[in-house]
Design a protein around this ligand. Sequence first.
Ligand SMILES: *Cc1c(COP(=O)(O)O)cnc(C)c1O
Length: 374
Amino acid sequence: MARPTRAVINFDALRHNLAVARQAAPASRLMAVIKANAYGHGLERVAQALPGAQGFGVACLEEAMVIREAGINRPVTLLEGVFEADELLVASQENLTLTLHQPWQLEALAAVSLPQPVAVWLKVDTGMHRLGFEPEEVAACLQRLAAMPQVARVGLMSHLACADDRQDARNAAQIARFASLAAGLPNPKTLANSGGLLGWPDSHYDWVRPGLMLYGVSPYPDTHVGTLGLKPVMTLRTELIAVHKYPAGAEIGYGAAWRCPEPMRVGVAAVGYGDGYPRHAVNGTPVLVRGQSARLIGRVSMDMISLDLRGLPEARVGDEVVLWGNGLPVEQVARSAGTIAYELLCNVAPRVRIQQTGQAMGGQDGTELANVGC
Ligand SMILES: *Cc1c(COP(=O)(O)O)cnc(C)c1O
């Protein structure tokens, strides 16, 4: 029997979450952010499964090419633009939308001759202080771009730094800064990620750019994903490959990091940090065994974890173990591992087989596919 570790991708949930996003921002177009292999869900699969997205956002040319090679011709934005001038030619040939955030990118565009003009987003720093031109530089940049035959149209883009906290006053400040820049400009505008989309209608503008929420993860640490009407898309699952009964005092796993306080049953599940399960998950990190709560004990190994099976007298070898997803939000596991859901999803390793459920274009129910990185 093959190793039972799988990432089950539920395309019905994906489309449901897209509908939630569209409902929350009905007047905006939707750029589905599918960078980093669609947050670990499979870039091509996710792009194919989202005919309702009017465009896509990716981190690099290679990711954009996966979409184009899949025969999808909708707008694709390179969220950080090109990394070297040589990429401009391909971007133009493939009708990709550039982000411009550094002067050299403007200069490179001004200096190149392109087969067809490109659409660009001018990235403005409204307070995050990561990428973008200063608000005071925007007028001059727009003027410059308007004079370039290489440029088809120019939009304004910014990004929220604290959108995961609806109480944070920095959001209103960034939104106000963007609004004052945007006032009177006819250019298309985009500001909101998932947190902005669900939290601040005045951040919606012409295009919203949800990533995380499409995968069924709450963008707010204080809000359960179900409260937002979102459904987890990825369920990381495996099975119990061993069940033992140990006496009180038995020490479990590497470093003898956990000691049985009483005679008890301990299960071993076939998943570890080699699959992307976080090595820093602490004792007590929740898992589901046969759909019931159980807890991680001891250190996470490369290929295995140990589980406290007290309270689960029925558990036996072959039982399903869910690490996150259906019934166990990945956010909760992330908290136990001192990280965020984004990282856990992106880190699912190529050796984990992908299994699709729900209606997906280009695949049948239950079809197994090799994972593809980007
Ligand atoms: C990743 C990213 C997004 C999506 O953010 P989520 O928090 O996942 O919704 C939107 N815009 C930009 C520029 C990004 O880099």
